[in-house]
Design a binder for this molecule. Structure first.
Ligand code: MG
Length: 235
């Protein structure tokens, strides 16, 4: 038995030596931050003090209210978009839906995170608020329901962590590989590398947050966001 252990250890150590001598490049160092410190290679999409870097869908400065590191976007503000664009990215954001007990389904706390201003990851108050699954919190809207309902109650902070792989295209501008998305809601997997079937388009795009209003009977919704950042990925 002892002899077997010695041989095993010898094998393991020989392996260590081989790896130690490898000349493969080391992964880049990223300081993960912590507390109020962001990741060292993240791009902050919101500076916490004003709406710099955001416009509405007419291209005018975004008019969400900002206080204590939180932006509050109320119906009528319009969809808001980042002025910067990206291809593939890891995205983090935190949001809190308002309490809207007088409304149900899609009218209760509706917003959305639009990747490239095109593919919607739904934001909805889905806490004890059933709706069609492809329109629930955590859905790739209209295509893929969330794997689980991981919603917190309204007014509580929730998080999205999204890994988005943009469509790949050839030189003529034709899509050669469709986009794909992985989403964690409150740290729980809700979309697992799902291929986005509709609307694939080439080129970079902004991040857009939805103002779900402007139609008859739309309630006033005040959606809060904070800690929005993005890391560009290289496919
Ligand atoms: Mg929506």
């Amino acid at each position: 038995m002892a002899d077997m252990m010695r041989r095993l250890l010898g094998f393991v150590c020989a392996g260590c030596l081989l790896f130690a001598q490898s000349e493969e490049p080391q992964p880049p160092v990223v300081d993960p931050g912590g507390g109020t410190q962001p990741l060292s290679d993240a791009i902050a999409l919101f500076n916490g003090s004003d709406m710099s870097g955001w416009v509405n869908d007419k291209g005018e400065p975004a008019t969400c209210e900002v206080s204590d590191g939180v932006m509050t976007c109320t119906s009528g503000t319009g969809n808001i978009l980042t002025t910067g664009t990206f291809q593939s990215a890891q995205i983090h954001l935190e949001f809190a839906t308002p309490s809207m007990p007088d409304h149900t389904g899609q009218l209760r706390g509706n917003s959305g995170v639009y990747l490239h201003a095109r593919y919607e990851i739904q934001i909805l108050d889905s806490y004890e608020n059933p709706t069609y699954p492809k329109g629930a919190l955590g859905a790739l809207y209209g295509q893929s329901p969330p794997l689980v309902n991981a919603a917190r109650p309204p007014e509580q902070w929730q998080s999205y962590d999204i890994v988005f792989h943009a469509p790949q295209c050839d030189q003529s501008g034709a899509v050669t590989k469709k986009a794909a998305v992985t989403v964690l809601l409150n740290g729980i997997l809700v979309q697992d590398h799902v291929t986005i079937e509709q609307g694939n388009a080439c080129g970079p795009g902004p991040l857009m947050l939805q103002d779900h209003s402007g139609f008859e009977g739309a309630p006033v919704t005040a959606m809060r966001f904070r800690n929005l950042w993005l890391r560009k990925l290289h496919d």
